[in-house]
Design a protein around this ligand. Structure first.
Ligand code: NAD
Ligand code: UD1
Length: 341
């Protein structure tokens, strides 16, 4: 059996990736400091699958803990999801983002070098593109992140690419996610934001359960058909399947030593805030209060993936539509109004 290390595997995306890896016959070790997640997600993943993920609590900045981990487990590849991801917080505390995301990743890659682990998949973000001119965006779109979070993601991409280019037998992949939403169809695992939810889906979900009063639609004067901003929302289970295919690819003879392909994971189809709101009302079967509010600083009009490379290289294509994303997200939120707590 091939064993995969998932850093950050207890988190929102990680828990779905771990589930999909186990269902695909991989063994999985999760390494997570639980700073933004709960052990309960891993326990639930174990109940939903045949395999059992192993869990090691630890921090990616702790070289000794990583050495112990790599000594105890025969790891073939690492999916590196651990990190901090809130844009606003990254502006307020850039030092934490450079420490956890950049220094943490360098510590992890150094441990991989010391222990001969030569395959890495990195969770990057479409946010590295900044303000793009061409829509949909292929991977060749110039990068230009506009906040510390996005800058750390781009730096980690560059570090991994450089290490992979010289490490004997190394092959890596960078996955740039668009807007991951939804939950596993069981409603047992999902996104569990601590504190105030900044992102659209978790916010609407909390309005739907009555925890928040009203959805603020940030701006209806964008140059789009209904005036609200457009994003490429992607179901987290489609995203998770993309990771399994990325690992399959790196372990196959299709992958090329010392190369780190960059692959967008998005549906290629954008939805406006008003369309998302309407899809949520349809999924819930009741009205969800909403009002127009001023634009949010730093937002772009439209962000949409050109996902042709994922299809060509990995044979991956998104399967689930906006209705399914809302339906699954709602099942999780309704069954777990306080998340894992
Ligand atoms: P998440 O916060 O749910 O998961 C991140 C996990 O990393 C958490 O379980 C957290 O406890 C863990 N972690 C944080 N710092 C750590 C450290 N120092 N050592 C060990 N573990 C640590 O977030 P997510 O939405 O699942 O995102 C996973 C990855 O995907 C992140 O790297 C994020 O930047 C990236 N990403 C997320 C999105 C999104 O919208 N959710 C979009 C693009 C990229
Ligand atoms: C956010 C992150 C981005 C990350 C992406 C992944 C910010 C500024 N950017 O992008 O780095 O890669 O998530 O998921 O946080 N909206 C409302 N009302 C709300 C919340 C959001 O109208 O209460 C609107 C936003 O203005 C935006 C759209 O909904 O137009 C989507 O917002 P969000 O879910 O925060 O995602 P992004 O802004 O695309």
């Amino acid at each position: 059996m091939v064993k995969i290390l998932a850093t950050g595997g207890a988190g929102f995306i990680g828990s779905h990736v771990v589930l999909e890896l186990l269902n695909s016959g991989y063994e999985v070790v999760v390494f997570d400091n639980l700073s933004n997640s709960s052990r309960a997600s891993i326990e639930r993943v174990a109940r939903l699958t045949n395999g059992t993920p192993e869990f090691v609590e630890g921090d990616i900045r702790d070289a000794a803990a990583l050495d112990a981990l790599f000594k105890a487990h025969d790891i073939t590849a690492v999916i590196h999801l651990a990190g901090l991801k809130a844009v606003g917080e990254s502006v307020a505390h850039p030092e934490q983002y450079y420490d956890v995301n950049v220094a943490g990743s360098t510590t992890l890659f150094n441990a991989m070098l010391r222990h001969g682990v030569k395959h890495g998949v990195f969770s990057s973000s479409a946010t590295v593109y900044g303000e793009a001119e061409v829509m949909p965006m292929p991977e060749t779109t110039p990068t230009g992140p506009v906040n510390p979070y996005g800058k750390t993601k781009l730096m980690i991409e560059q570090i991994l690419t450089d290490i992979t280019s010289i490490g004997p037998g190394w092959r890596s992949m960078i996955l740039r996610y668009f807007n991951p939403v939804g939950a596993h169809k069981s409603g047992q695992i999902g996104e569990d934001p601590l504190g105030f939810p900044d992102n659209l889906f978790p916010f609407i979900a909390q309005v739907a359960t009555g925890r928040r009063a009203v959805l603020n639609i940030f701006g209806d004067d964008y140059p789009t058909p209904d005036g609200t901003a457009i994003r490429d929302y992607i179901h987290v289970m489609d995203l998770a399947r993309g990771h399994v295919l990325a690992i399959d690819y790196l372990l196959s003879d299709k992958a090329v030593d010392n190369e780190t392909p960059v692959v967008n994971l998005g549906t290629g189809k954008g939805s406006s805030v008003k369309e998302v709101h309407a899809a949520w009302e349809a999924a819930c079967g009741f009205d969800i209060p909403a009002q127009i509010a001023p634009r949010r600083a730093g937002d772009v009009t439209i962000y949409c993936a050109d996902a042709a490379k994922a299809k060509e290289m990995l044979g991956w294509e998104a399967e689930f539509d906006l209705a399914k994303m809302c339906e699954d997200h709602w099942r999780w939120q309704k069954g777990n109004p306080e998340g894992y707590r």
